[in-house]
Design a protein. Sequence first.
Length: 178
Amino acid sequence: MALAAAIYILATLLANYTAMWFVPLPVFGMVAVGTLVFGITFTQRDRLHHHGRRTVYTVIALAALANSLESVLLDIPPRIILASFTAIVLAELADTEVYQRHVRRPWLGRVAISNAVSIPLDSLLFNLIAFAGVFEPAMLIAIVLGEIVVKTLVGGVTALWRDRSWSTVKLATAGWLK
């Protein structure tokens, strides 16, 4: 449990630190470097669920506080602190509740359903709070959409990697590989 919690918190810290560094993304224009890391957090946090809801909430709170402290110590703009704290708390809590409602489903199903709620919520909250008025509305929409795509892909790869029982044969049988 400690390793999963540490990876989750470290990934949120790295994502927060790199939230204002952008790289080009075909079709969408650009995406924050932190997005490439933050996709890991959704699935990593889902790994904590077998330790109970209280553990998940504790780790979310620790991540939110650690990110706020990091932002202050590294002189990250206040809008990023507010955006990070709000998005982590609200999107991760929504994810936790959705995940818990589907706890009897197979691992990949739980992850897919909870990520389908939390990834768009996180992307909208963070970017609207952090960058409204900084970027033109069209660019902001492109960033949000790009982040949703990247976080979903990274979260999906992380979920498949975690669920090692999903061999290539099972993926092919399920129609995932063609």
